[in-house]
Design a binder for this molecule. Structure first.
Ligand code: GAL
Length: 712
């Protein structure tokens, strides 16, 4: 009996000392305003490692130094039953953003997410294409759980009995203040692993927190110029002749086209895949790709990772396959060098070397019934769960490396991602198709170092087609995906004029868009900026003008709810997409004066305005002093060594400046300094004079500069 007591006591002491040990470790500064805490020991594999994210320490140094964002003793980290429990403080007024690609909510406070790579099923529950375990607080700090395990996040939804700020207790029988979800003062995270890395980011503004996160992940990707033009994905079974005819049709119709996507039919077998050209539909791939290139059009190829038994790669890849198949194809373990090399060598020889510009990496996001089960095993010993969380990252990184080695920039599509992806050359898409939710996803992508395209596939009416086209042109990838519908830009003739206009507007804006992405790359600034990241922006302070009534307040929704249907496209343009059926919409204009993009007229300031939903225009607003460099409408993005006339539009009255970036638009020579930054500025709008000031570098593809003062 005595010895049993002793054993029990020792056991209790041991458990206690394990928990204490976690508490006694300290947060290691890893960069300016960034700290890391390792629970247990460093993991061999986590999302940042899978993405090969290399922090831009040099740039991070340029932020002002700052303290840890909250008292460290408010953090609680314990290990229980081989799991890690993390508790972090949350203030009463704090809002929580991030958590990757979510479609319905922007503020995640009081939500519970099971962060798992998956198809999006119509509900924000954590199962999504990019469930990034990174959150940003409205107080100006961020937290990343750099773990490839399935993480459960209780985002201010749980109330402990020892809570710091106990919520009031109400009697439901008699008190209408009773709340089914009493206010919580913690974010709690459950990670089914003993080794976990936690990274905390602090900065003076919420936008700087996101910048730091992006820079910590290597800085955002700078796409080639052609990647920012227009792209079209052809019907899945098109042959080379049909694709070339399509390209011809684009030209005939005067519709821009920079790259064209071939869907599964380019291969001789798909689901599972061979990665071999189909000899009947594509008898001479090399000539085909070359002919398109001569017409200024690049080729992008669809793949999924599962290799068919009859594929040439199959036998060599088999020793590196996981225990389970997907659609009867083997699943290579791309955490290992040998299968990476096999894929890369094959792709280089058969696709990259003949001029293919990139890939659409499909089906890397699970859906439980199709993917490998959680009990699958992989030769490297990486668990099925972790493999699922990082598989999209592994493929993105592999392809990114190859193009980098060949000094060619790529820009493609992927259906799954995770933390660390900012520097990777891929844009997320999916099969879900709700226009409003697509815009919320676009906004959310800006908090988590992701790029998302609200791709256009088909529509019930011409109006819907136009509204979708208008918003996709203000996203990281302007794309029609006609793999199944076979739609063309002109499929709805009643709106073709307007569709073409917005696509050409995108082409005109390329100098502005390209500079916006350079800001993403060099400074970490997200190209799609949620309104919540703007300085001084608070929905509470926005004034509501006009007579309002309690029961039918048209602004009530906008005021009460989170702002999830408008965003900043770069620094100067506020985009307020219109959805089918709308004849007007509310637009929340933050502090400072705002001007209509098309007319230059004053639109409002620090208020909610109602704008008429004109069919031919997506509402766009430019901030006071906003400068927007534009080129003439063209069917292709600017080519290397092209010298183009530049028209610079200026809005409002305030002094303004914009940093215009340029380089060859195709290679990685900018890494060796072959680029330029030029400041475009207006000091006094009365003079109607704008100036150019060389800041850095020589490369500059513009001449014949003219200024247009839009506000009379
Ligand atoms: C889907 C994908 C579509 C299209 C299709 C081709 O999984 O989301 O965009 O590529 O596969 O089979």
């Amino acid at each position: 009996m005595k010895s049993e007591k002793l054993i029990l006591l020792t056991l209790i002491l041991f458990i206690f000392s394990c928990n204490e040990k976690e508490k006694r470790k300290d947060w290691q500064p890893v960069a300016n305003g960034i700290w890391k805490y390792t629970v247990g020991t460093e993991e061999k594999l986590n999302p940042l490692k899978a993405a090969d994210a290399k922090p831009n320490l040099e740039k991070l140094k340029s932020f002002p130094s700052i303290e840890f964002p909250f008292a460290k003793d408010l953090i609680n980290i314990t290990k229980e039953n081989h799991k890690t429990f993390i508790r972090l403080p949350l203030d009463d007024e704090e809002q929580i953003y991030g958590f990757g690609l979510q479609f319905k909510n922007i503020n995640h406070r009081s939500k519970i997410y099971n962060l798992r790579v998956d198809h999006y099923g119509g509900r924000d529950n954590g199962r999504t294409h990019a469930p990034v375990p990174f959150y940003v607080s409205s107080k100006g700090y961020g937290v990343l759980i750099n773990s490839a395990s399935y993480i459960t996040a209780y985002v201010g939804s749980s109330v402990r009995i020892d809570s710091r700020n106990k919520p009031p207790v109400y009697d439901r029988n008699t008190d209408k203040n009773w709340d089914p979800q009493p206010k919580s003062d913690v974010v709690e995270l459950l990670i089914p692993a003993e080794n976990v890395e936690i990274i905390v980011f602090n900065a003076e503004t919420t936008l700087d927190v996101v910048r730091k996160y992006n820079l910590y992940c290597g800085g955002g990707y700078l796409p080639p110029k052609w990647g920012l033009g227009f792209t079209y994905r052809t019907h899945t079974l098109y042959s080379s002749v049909e694709v070339e005819n399509e390209v011809q049709e684009f030209k005939k119709n005067g519709f821009p086209l920079d790259f064209i996507g071939l869907e599964p039919g380019w291969m001789n077998r798909s689901y599972p895949c061979s990665y071999e050209w189909d000899e009947e539909r594509f008898p001479n791939p090399e000539e085909f790709v070359k002919r398109l290139l001569n017409k200024g059009v690049k080729t992008n190829l669809w793949i999924n990772p599962y290799i068919a038994p009859k594929a040439k790669l199959h036998e060599k890849m088999l020793p590196y396959a996981g225990s389970h198949s997907v659609w009867n194809g083997i699943v290579p373990d791309y955490t290992m060098e040998a299968p990476r090399k096999l894929f890369i060598d094959f792709y280089k020889k058969n696709q990259l070397d003949i001029g293919v510009s990139g890939l659409k990496i499909d089906e890397v996001d699970g859906y439980d019934n199709w993917l490998w089960p959680d009990l699958a095993t992989f030769p490297s010993g990486v668990s099925a769960e972790k493999m699922r969380q990082i598989y999209g990252l592994l493929l993105q990184d592999m392809v990114a490396d190859l193009y980098h080695e060949n000094n060619r920039r790529t820009y493609g599509l992927v259906r799954a991602s995770n933390a660390g992806a900012a520097h990777l050359p891929f844009v997320l898409y999916n099969d879900y198709y709700n226009h409003r939710d697509f815009i919320t996803a676009l906004i959310n992508s800006g908090f988590s170092g992701l790029l998302w395209t609200p791709e256009v596939r088909q529509s019930a009416t011409g109006e819907e087609w136009l509204r979708r086209m208008q918003s996709v042109c203000f996203s990281p990838m302007a794309m029609i995906n006609a793999w199944s519908s076979g739609t063309k830009p002109w499929s709805y003739p009643e709106v073709y004029k307007e569709v073409k206009e917005v696509a050409l507007l995108r082409m005109q804006l390329l100098p502005y868009i390209y500079s916006t992405f350079a800001d993403y790359h060099f400074n970490g600034t997200p190209p799609i900026r949620p309104m919540q990241l703007l300085g001084n922006f608070s929905m509470k302070e926005i004034s509501v003008k006009g007579d309002l009534d309690d029961t039918e307040n048209p602004y009530e929704m906008a005021l009460k709810n989170e702002l999830k249907d408008q965003y900043m496209f770069g620094e100067n343009i506020l985009v307020a997409p219109v959805f089918t059926g709308e004849t007007f919409r509310n637009v929340v204009l933050p502090k400072g004066k705002w001007y209509d993009f098309y007319s230059g007229e004053f639109a409002g300031e620090d208020e909610i305005i109602q704008v008429e939903a004109k069919l031919e225009e997506i509402p766009l607003f430019v901030k006071d002093g906003g400068i927007i460099p534009m080129i003439a409408p063209d069917l292709h993005a600017p080519q290397k060594d092209e010298d183009l006339p530049l028209e610079i539009k200026y809005y409002g009255k305030a002094p303004g400046s914009f940093l215009l970036y340029d380089d060859d638009g195709e290679t990685f020579n900018y890494e060796k300094g072959d680029f330029s930054w030029t400041r475009l500025k207006v000091e006094n709008s009365e003079t109607q004079n704008g100036e150019l000031e060389k800041i850095e570098g020589e490369y500059f593809g513009y001449s014949d500069i003219s200024w247009k003062f839009m506000t009379k």
